[in-house]
Design a protein around this ligand. Structure first.
Ligand SMILES: NC(=O)c1ccc[n+]([C@@H]2O[C@H](COP(=O)([O-])OP(=O)(O)OC[C@H]3O[C@@H](n4cnc5c(N)ncnc54)[C@H](OP(=O)(O)O)[C@@H]3O)[C@@H](O)[C@H]2O)c1
Length: 325
C-alpha cells in the first residue's frame, strides 16, 4: 500500500508519499481499499500539531474517507468483504488502504455514491449536531451561516434549508456568495465589502438571525452576535480565520441569547446513540435528494499537497476530494 506519511509537525509540505506494508486487520477491525478521501480543516491543523487530537508520529493524515471492505478481522459480523463504507476518525485516509474499527464505520446504503460518502459525515455530522441538537433549530427560523461556502458551511446551509429554515449565507467573495445562492440560500452577504451587522438588517426585517453558525471566528463574531435575535443561539463551531474571539458578556444578557459550543468529535464518542441517530437522519435526507456534498475539485491522491495549499489559501468551495485510481 501507499500512504502520505506525517513524520514531523512541519505542515503539509513535509508529508511524504511512501510505500508501506499492507496491514492485516486485528480483532474488530477491517481493511478498506480507499476509493476517495476528502480534506477537512482539521487535516491542516493536525499535521502542524495544532489540532486537539495529537497522534504519535509517524501517522497517516486524512480524517474522512470511503471505500470497499477488503479484509475483515476476527469477530466482525456486521460487515463483509465487498461492502461500501465511509469512515471518519482523526487519521488514516490519505492512503490507498486503511485499517478501521468496524463498529465506527458508516455502511453506505445502495444509491449512496462512494465519493459522496467520502465527503459527508464530517461536515454534515458537525452541522446537523450544531443546528438540530445544540441549536434546537425550528422550521421558520432564520439562520446566518458564516463561511457559508466552505465545507461545514455548505453542509449547514443545506441542512438548515432541509429543516425548513430561512438561510442567510455570508462569505468573503461574490463568487462564494453566488455558490450559496445556487445552493438555496435566501440571501447572501459578502462580508469582505459589506458591514455584516448593517447588512443583516434588511433580510431579517431588523430582527436579526435566530441562529448564527460560526466556523470562522475572528472579527466576524462580535458584529454577528450584536445582530442576533431575541433568544438567539450563537453556535461556536470553529476558528478558521485564526483568531478566537472574545465577546462582551452583556451582549448575551441584552438579547437573552446563548453562546453554544459544538464539538462533534466528542459528541460522537460520548453520545454514540444520538450520533448514530443524527447520521441516520442525514442518510435519509441524502436519499431524498435534500443534501448533496458540494465538490470543489476532484484531485488524484498524489496531489494532496496542492489540495492542502488550496484550503490554506481560502479558495475551497465545498469539499476537496482526493481519489485513488
Ligand atoms: N466544532 C466541531 O466539531 C468542528 C467540526 C468540523 C470542523 N470544525 C471547524 O470548522 C472550521 C471550518 O472547517 P471546514 O472543514 O469547513 O473548512 P473550510 O472548508 O476551509 O471552510 C472554512 C471557511 O472559513 C473561512 N475563512 C476565513 N478565514 C480563513 C482563513 N484564514 N483560512 C481558511 N479559511 C478561512 C473561509 O470562508 P470565507 O473565505 O468565505 O471567509 C472558508 O470557506 C474549522 O475551524 C474546523 O476546525 C469544527
Amino acid at each position: 500500500m501507499h500512504a502520505w506519511l506525517c513524520e514531523t509537525l512541519e505542515g503539509a509540505d513535509a508529508l511524504q508519499w511512501k510505500e508501506l506494508p499492507t496491514p492485516q486487520p486485528g480483532p474488530g477491525e477491517v481493511r478498506i481499499a480507499v476509493k476517495a478521501a476528502s480534506l477537512n480543516f482539521p487535516d491542516l491543523l493536525i499535521v502542524q500539531g495544532r489540532y486537539q487530537v495529537k497522534p504519535p508520529l509517524p501517522f497517516v493524515p486524512g480524517a474522512e474517507y470511503a471505500g470497499i471492505v477488503e479484509a475483515v478481522g476476527a469477530g466482525v459480523t456486521q460487515l463483509a468483504v465487498g461492502d461500501a463504507v465511509a469512515a471518519v476518525g482523526a487519521t488514516g485516509g490519505f492512503a490507498t488502504h486503511a485499517i478501521a474499527d468496524a463498529a465506527r464505520l458508516m455502511p453506505l446504503p445502495p444509491g449512496f455514491a462512494i465519493e459522496d460518502g467520502a465527503a459527508f459525515a464530517f461536515t454534515y455530522g458537525t452541522s446537523h449536531h450544531a443546528l438540530m441538537d445544540r441549536g434546537r433549530l425550528k422550521a421558520g427560523e432564520t439562520v446566518l451561516v458564516l463561511g457559508a461556502a466552505g465545507g461545514v458551511g455548505t453542509a449547514a446551509l443545506q441542512i438548515a434549508k432541509a429543516a425548513g429554515a430561512r438561510v442567510i449565507a455570508a462569505a468573503s467573495s461574490d463568487e462564494k456568495c453566488a455558490l450559496c445562492l445556487s445552493l438555496g440560500a435566501d440571501a447572501a452577504i459578502n462580508y469582505s465589502r459589506e458591514d455584516l451587522r448593517e447588512a443583516l438588517k434588511a433580510p431579517t426585517g431588523g430582527k436579526g438571525p435566530d441562529i448564527v453558525y460560526d466556523p470562522v471566528g475572528g472579527a466576524l463574531a462580535e458584529p454577528a452576535f450584536r445582530a442576533i435575535a431575541w433568544r438567539g443561539r450563537y453556535l461556536v463551531v470553529g476558528f478558521a480565520g485564526g483568531a478566537i474571539p472574545a465577546l462582551p458578556w452583556n451582549l448575551a444578557l441584552l438579547k437573552g441569547a446563548a453562546v453554544v459550543g459544538v464539538f462533534w468529535g466528542d459528541f460522537a464518542r460520548r453520545e454514540p446513540q444520538a450520533h448514530a441517530a443524527g447520521l441516520a437522519e442525514l442518510a435519509r435526507w441524502y436519499g431524498q435528494g435534500w443534501l448533496r456534498p458540494v465538490i470543489d475539485q476532484r484531485l488524484p491522491m498524489a496531489e494532496l499537497k496542492s489540495a492542502y495549499a488550496r484550503m490554506g489559501s481560502r479558495q475551497v468551495r465545498g469539499k476537496l476530494l482526493l481519489v485513488n485510481a
